[in-house]
Design a protein around this ligand. Structure first.
Ligand code: NAD
Ligand code: TDX
Length: 366
């Protein structure tokens, strides 16, 4: 059976994955639903990510509401005003380094905010079964792998950063609302995403932006940590497959089956960047700079995504190198997007260098 959706509340829809998801959804010719995007527009939220959607569907099928998922009066009002039948919950504080510096916003949004959304969905929906709460989570809840092995849906949770601890708490609350109150939920745990509109604090866009500005490319530790990469649209297609066909009360791992050491990835990015710009590869590669490691840096993430592939027929469609080329091109072709973001609060954040990075010397005075 294929589920259908009428009025979808997307939380965090002005962020990286949320905005890609909203665009992906409206590009599916078979979907006639409406989307209500609730976003607090923190430093990571950017309405410009959805200018095209606002222009095409604004106030007909797409509605933006500025606010906090932790504001229960606001959330309840949205459920009633728009007769919400589906929630896709992306809103979160999402950057591990920020969580190391100050976990409090992570608890507010990722834990309390998620509980408030769940509570209101339960209140407003009662025992309805034609509704769905899909929670978007991360593979980081499983902790850190050694050289071998994969995270499956049965892997025990072992979060090791304040970010992953907050996401793990949220996942547990979502399951608790299913077991205790029968709320119809699904959860996805995805590996590292990359692609257009990603905030330049995350590895790939940070490196591209630093290449442009001829700033050092900071590699934490020895660069041998491994991440499993997935193009953002492939994450969106997996979320949609789970919304349509996922079993209620179940979780699905999503991954790219594309494991790369950070140093190999950054070198590859340097080569692609040089090819696109005509710069000398050696000049870009020479920006690589090893810096103090992230505290508690998880060594390796690797996802076994056979459940979503076998049960729901999902598969990724983007080849990694092609996806990297497309991403580098997008950042080069959209300099004003980056310029707008690298102002205000983010500028202050870069200036203060996250945490102590004595070996990281900036060539440029911000
Ligand atoms: P992001 O930081 O780019 O976007 C988060 C969005 O949430 C922003 O628009 C922000 O304004 C909004 N937001 C933050 N606090 C809010 C609040 N209290 N109320 C309403 N809106 C709020 O994050 P992202 O990378 O797009 O990640 C989206 C989701 O996917 C997160 O839940 C994250 O944990 C999960 N995830 C991300 C990745 C990844 O690689 N980026 C991988 C797996 C899972
Ligand atoms: O400057 C850097 N140098 C560096 O070596 C940055 C920003 C990162 N790194 C390393 C740390 C990680 O091993 O690169 C890897 C990727 O780092 P991030 O982009 O910060 O991602 P990660 O910590 O793996 O978490 C991401 O994937 C899972 C997202 O930020 C999370 O929201 C998601 O849940």
């Amino acid at each position: 059976m294929m589920r259908s959706f009428k009025n979808i509340l997307v939380t965090g829809g002005a962020g990286f994955i949320g905005s890609n998801f909203i665009r992906y959804f409206f590009n599916q010719p078979l979907f006639a639903g409406n989307i209500i995007n609730l976003d607090l527009l923190t430093y990571a939220g950017n309405l410009a990510n959805l200018d095209d959607i606002q222009e095409k569907y604004g106030n007909s099928r797409y509605f933006f509401v500025h606010g906090d998922i932790g504001n229960s009066e606001l959330v309840r009002g949205i459920f009633r005003r728009y007769s919400i039948d589906t929630v896709v919950h992306f809103a979160a504080e999402s950057h591990v380094d920020r969580s190391i510096r100050d976990p409090s916003a992570f608890l507010h949004t990722n834990v309390i905010g998620t509980q408030i959304l769940l509570g209101i969905a339960h209140d407003e929906w009662g025992t309805r079964t034609d509704v769905l709460f899909h929670h978007v989570s991360t593979d980081e809840v499983y902790g850190s792998l050694g050289e071998s092995g994969f995270f499956t849906e049965q892997t025990a949770y072992n979060p090791r950063s304040p970010y992953s601890a907050s996401k793990a708490s949220a996942d547990h609350l979502v399951m608790a609302y299913y077991y205790t109150y029968g709320l119809p939920i699904t959860i996805s745990n995805c590996s590292n995403n990359y692609g257009p509109y990603q905030f330049p604090e995350k590895l790939i866009p940070l490196m591209i932006n630093n290449m442009k500005q001829r700033l050092p490319l900071p590699i934490y530790g020895d660069g041998k940590n491994i991440r499993d990469w997935l193009y953002v649209e492939d994450h969106c297609s997996a979320v949609l497959a789970i919304m349509q066909k996922g079993a209620i009360g179940e979780k699905y791992n999503i991954g790219g089956e594309t494991e790369w050491q950070n140093i190999r990835l950054v070198k590859e990015l340097c080569e692609i960047y040089a090819l696109e710009t005509g710069d000398k590869p050696q000049e870009i590669l020479s920006l690589i700079s090893f810096v103090k490691d992230r505290p508690g840096h998880d060594f390796r993430y690797a996802i076994d995504c056979s459940k979503v592939k076998n049960k729901l027929g999902w598969k990724r469609s983007m080849d990694f190198k092609q996806g990297l080329e497309r991403t580098v091109k997008w950042y080069l072709e959209n300099p004003e997007w980056i310029e707008n973001i690298i102002s205000g609060e983010y500028k202050e954040w870069i200036k203060s260098n996250y945490y102590d990075r004595r070996s990281f010397s900036c060539k440029r005075d911000f």
